[in-house]
Design a protein. Structure first.
Ligand SMILES: NC(=O)c1ccc[n+]([C@@H]2O[C@H](COP(=O)([O-])OP(=O)(O)OC[C@H]3O[C@@H](n4cnc5c(N)ncnc54)[C@H](O)[C@@H]3O)[C@@H](O)[C@H]2O)c1
Lengths: 270, 429
């Protein structure tokens, strides 16, 4: 289990604040919430860490023993855990809704689609070709973020929290203790935008300085590249994540067609 | 626009009464009570009937602001320069016009005067006004020399008239908030105060006809002005005495005209060092032929540097904070601000340079409206807010002493007799 950095402060008696961070899903995950005592806050932090680590184990292709790693290396149908099965189903739906631009098989050498099939009776999945490689990188953070949000609000009754998955997927539950939302701005110099998160999420896709383009245009198979990053704000962190990835991959002229299916989500270039 | 400003002011007052300025800090800024919700309530529907002397550039700005202050009523305007008088009159057509301020002081409809004339006029106008039974708001610097400042202060004590000096930083929420942190010792002891003001321009205004040169460009001539020290330094010197709670023991400095050799008499570049009794130095530097560094007011403490106009604090050892961790400190301090961390996936190696943390990023304005509002309230209630005049007095007096040091090329100390009987600072403490 990753180690948790935990802080609890009552310096402002009107807003006791708890913070935890840990490394998971190849990034730093942080949660900040208010109005809980120290012991309860520690318990909540551990629950968040446990949940995230568990989801990572289930959805990562980098962990050799994971179901997804097995699926990626087997020619046969592989029995997969509930979360992965559900995610595979969902991702196919999102691929259709984004006209092919959100594609967990984008890294594959093969352009064959659908790239995989799910077998409901046996709870199994199978790749449609040995060149297919499935990767849930553009999905797992959003998926886990929504789950963490539900854990905080549902199980622990937390009203106000800010959850940050590696700065690129962020969710605000309720509002800042001294304001009416969680205002979040891009770190990029000169970008004047502020996203006022209140029971909503934000996802940003683009190129990370010093890192090779990691979003692939599944239609052409080439690395997508844009001058600006794409930010999507809306209720579900998962949808934000999927949509920002798809929009970054898609050429501009495809945007209207993609956005049609996501009217409640706000898109900005930053 | 007006609507927005009113809202901002309300939130300023709320913030002062609320989280940010609790306990010891309020004791340190007793004057802010003059524009507290309680004070505003006390004067609700009452008016301070104002006569303005010298509605030039600064005066006109105040006149515009007064439109947003319900308790301000402009009843009279006075100027010896007709275009400025007419311009102001367009804003307040119902105000009575005067060409001689002494006549205006006889007007029983005038409760208080706002003096926005050139520096050399401040003393006589303020003294005459208090003698005539009027409350006074006088723009900074307080007066042309130290003795005049002292006499004005004593006149205020003697007549019991309200006297405000236009040192608006004393009412600027950004400054109040930052100073509260400094005075509470949050950043460690103050070890240095750095002030600078760099511009690149001749500081001249257009003159419609040559005989008006000295009237319009009064700032450039010694007869009327003490140049950079009274026009710019006095705001910043006041920060130093405010932050340390002490009065400088001595000042040395040098000044000259290096670039704008156009017949002006005041220096176009100055550098002064003030030393407090505990050895802490405060600098003021100003150059008006290179603007690269802009304006800065920085309180250097052992553990952090406080940037007053930028409203940020930079800790000496910034904890390596990613993403939202800095929110903890902000919530502790009662700050609501944007967190600027969103971006493409964070990788731990991208450690950024310390950007500091915001003290009060949402603050709008610079205290000019609030100080005028506090003045109006004081005129109506007749209650002089505590310590505000003393802070302003020393700001002016030490700027003037700095100018003396430049002129005499000597290290100077303030004559004991100019320490106010009511407030001598926390010297040495
Ligand atoms: N607090 C601040 O941030 C701030 C900013 C700017 C100016 N100021 C101060 O405001 C004052 C005025 O500066 P300004 O830039 O507005 O100057 P200005 O020259 O624009 O205005 C001065 C006005 O006073 C009038 N005047 C001169 N002698 C007079 C007399 N005997 N009777 C009546 N009117 C007379 C002039 O005709 C002019 O209209 C100065 O003390 C300056 O330091 C303060």
């Amino acid at each position: 289990m990753p180690e948790i950095k935990f802080i609890h402060s009552t310096a402002n008696p009107d807003a006791p604040v708890a913070y935890c961070s840990f490394t998971a899903m190849h990034t730093v995950i942080e949660v900040l919430f208010v109005h809980e005592d120290e012991q309860k806050s520690r318990e909540i932090s551990e629950a968040v860490r446990d949940l995230t680590a568990e989801l990572e184990n289930k959805l990562s292709r980098h962990i050799a023993s994971s179901d997804l790693a097995k699926l990626n290396s087997s020619q046969e149908a592989v029995e997969v855990n509930q979360e992965l099965y559900f995610s595979l189903e969902l991702c196919e739906q999102f691929r259709a809704a984004t006209r092919g631009y959100f594609d967990i098989a984008a890294l594959s050498a093969s352009r064959h689609r659908p790239a995989y099939e799910t077998l409901p009776a046996e709870h199994k999945a199978r790749r449609c070709g040995k060149e297919i490689r499935l990767d849930l990188g553009g999905y797992a953070k959003g998926f886990a973020l929504d789950k963490v949000k539900n854990l905080l609000a549902g199980t622990y009754g937390i009203e106000n929290a800010l959850i940050n998955f590696g700065n690129s997927s962020i969710a605000g539950l309720g509002h800042h203790p001294l304001g009416d939302c969680w205002p979040v701005s891009p770190a990029k110099a000169g970008s004047g935008q502020t996203f006022r998160l209140r029971d909503s999420a934000l996802s940003i896709s683009g190129k990370t300085a010093g890192v090779l383009e990691h979003i692939i245009d599944p239609v052409t198979g080439s690395h997508a590249s844009k001058d600006k990053d794409i930010a999507v704000q809306g209720q579900s962190a998962l949808v934000c994540e999927i949509l920002s990835t798809a929009l970054y991959a898609a050429p501009r002229e495809m945007w209207p067609a993609l956005l049609q299916n996501f009217a409640a989500y706000k898109v900005e270039e930053i | 626009m007006e609507e927005k400003k009113t809202m901002d002011r309300r939130s300023f007052i709320e913030r002062l009464g609320g989280l940010g300025l609790a306990g010891a800090a309020v004791a340190a800024f007793p004057w802010v009570e003059a524009c507290s919700p309680a004070a505003n309530k006390e004067v609700a529907k009452e008016k301070a009937r104002i006569g303005m002397i010298g509605p030039g550039s600064r005066g006109y700005f105040h006149l515009e602001n007064m439109k947003q202050i319900p308790q301000a009523e402009v009843v009279a305007l006075c100027d010896i320069y007709e275009p400025n008088l007419q311009h102001a009159s367009e804003l307040y057509p119902e105000a009575k016009l005067y060409r001689d301020y002494r006549k205006m002081l006889e007007d029983p409809n005038v409760d208080c005067v706002v003096i926005t004339t050139p520096l050399f006029c401040h003393f006589q106008m303020a003294m005459d006004a208090m003698d005539a039974g009027k409350h006074v708001f006088c723009e900074k610097a307080m007066a042309y020399n130290i003795d005049e400042c002292y006499q004005m202060y004593m006149k205020h004590l003697e007549t019991g008239k309200i006297l405000f000096i236009g040192q608006q930083r004393l009412f600027d929420p950004k400054y109040l908030k930052a100073m509260a942190g400094v005075l509470a010792g949050n950043y460690g002891p103050v070890v240095n105060v750095r002030n600078y003001w760099f511009r690149n321009g001749d500081w001249r205004r257009d003159v419609p006809s040559p005989e008006l040169e000295r009237h319009i460009n009064w700032r450039l001539y010694r007869e009327y002005s003490r140049g950079l020290m009274t026009e710019l330094a006095c705001h910043q010197i006041q920060n130093g005495t405010w932050a340390t709670g002490m009065l400088p023991e001595k000042v040395m400095g040098t000044g000259s005209i290096i670039y704008w050799k156009d017949g002006r008499e005041v220096f176009d570049n100055v550098a002064c060092i003030y030393t407090f009794p505990n050895g802490v130095n405060m600098t003021f530097e100003s150059v008006i032929s290179n603007a690269h560094f802009g304006m800065g007011e920085q309180i250097l403490c052992k553990d952090a540097m406080v940037d007053l106009p930028g409203s940020r604090v930079y800790f000496e050892e910034p904890p390596r904070k990613s993403g939202i961790e800095s929110l903890i400190a902000e919530i502790e301090e009662g700050i609501f601000s944007n967190s600027a961390f969103a971006g493409t996936s964070f990788s731990a190696e991208n450690g950024s340079k310390d950007k500091g943390i915001a003290i009060m990023p949402e603050a709008d304005g610079d205290g000019t409206v609030e100080i005028m509002e506090a003045f109006c309230n004081a005129c109506i209630t007749g209650k002089m807010p505590d310590k505000v005049l003393e802070e302003a007095y020393y700001g002016s007096v030490f700027s003037l002493l700095g100018d003396e040091a430049l002129l005499q090329q000597k290290t100077l100390s303030l004559d004991e007799k100019y320490y106010l009987p009511t407030y001598k600072g926390r010297n040495g403490a």
